[in-house]
Design a protein around this ligand. Structure first.
Ligand code: HPA
Length: 245
């Protein structure tokens, strides 16, 4: 039994060093989760891992079944989630390769199943003033600092619909709105976790400068190369953080 889960994003479909005990394919009242739940031990801690985009990275951000993923984790008793996510950097200090722990979010997504509270249920409004769980966020920040990763410890995540990247004007608009990083998977994942009382924090890895922030064309090669480096940092910080959770 474990109460800690890691949701892996682009670049983190599997976790090196995870000693796997078993895998479980899960069907939920909301449909099938993106990938099997992978149970195992990482850095001395029992964890469960799920690949947000599927084991073979085949599910685009707007088609991820966020409700099924969160429900599957909740159903096995998960109380804390570390959500790893690739993002584009908007603010000057959000350089490619940086690890960022956002503390706010703005939702620009649409047409995603974004709540568990529907279908004639009692109306419920969750408090989302502070969308990320400070307990897990702070432990991640401490872990990243002790791994000497020089993390960025604040920032507003702009959640866009994808799957295309943004235009330069869209990024300018997001920047004017106060967004510091941009990604496609932050919502409704964070809100669904809050609806289930799961303590949820994001560990974002900057894969590229957001559109219009650098002269170069944003290619998948650049994104993948930066993510490869960034995900090594994530593994390092997990090794420092997990024993404390
Ligand atoms: N925009 C949105 N999502 C992303 C980006 C981006 O530039 N890079 C990685 N995920």
């Amino acid at each position: 039994m474990t109460d800690i889960a890691i949701i892996g994003g682009t670049g983190l479909n599997t976790i090196n060093g995870l000693v796997i005990t078993h895998r479980e394919m899960v069907n939920t009242p909301y449909g099938q989760a993106s990938s099997p739940l992978v149970y195992g031990e990482l850095c001395g801690s029992k964890i469960v891992f799920i690949a947000r985009h599927g084991s073979g990275h085949t599910i685009p951000p707007h088609q991820v079944n966020y409700r099924a993923n969160l429900w599957a984790l909740h159903n096995i008793g998960v109380k804390k989630v570390i959500a790893v996510a690739a993002v584009g950097g908007i603010r000057d200090d959000m350089r490619p390769g940086k690890v960022v722990f956002p503390d706010q979010i703005i939702d620009y997504t649409w047409s995603r199943e974004n709540t568990f509270f529907q279908d004639n249920q009692h109306v419920k409004h969750i408090d989302f003033t502070y969308p990320y769980c400070e307990e897990v966020r702070n432990l991640l920040i401490d872990g990243a600092k002790s791994a000497q990763l020089d993390p960025v410890i604040d920032g507003t995540y702009g959640a866009t619909q994808g799957p295309r990247l943004e235009s330069a004007a869209e990024i300018k608009k997001l920047e004017n709105d106060g967004c510091d990083i941009v990604g496609m998977t932050g919502m409704p994942e964070a809100a669904l976790a809050r609806e289930l009382d799961i303590c949820y924090a994001t560990c974002a890895v900057v894969a590229n400068w957001a559109a219009g922030k650098a002269d170069d064309v944003i290619t998948m090669e650049v994104i993948e190369a930066n993510l490869k480096k960034g995900m090594e940092k994530v593994r390092l910080l997990l090794s420092k953080t997990l024993p404390c959770l």
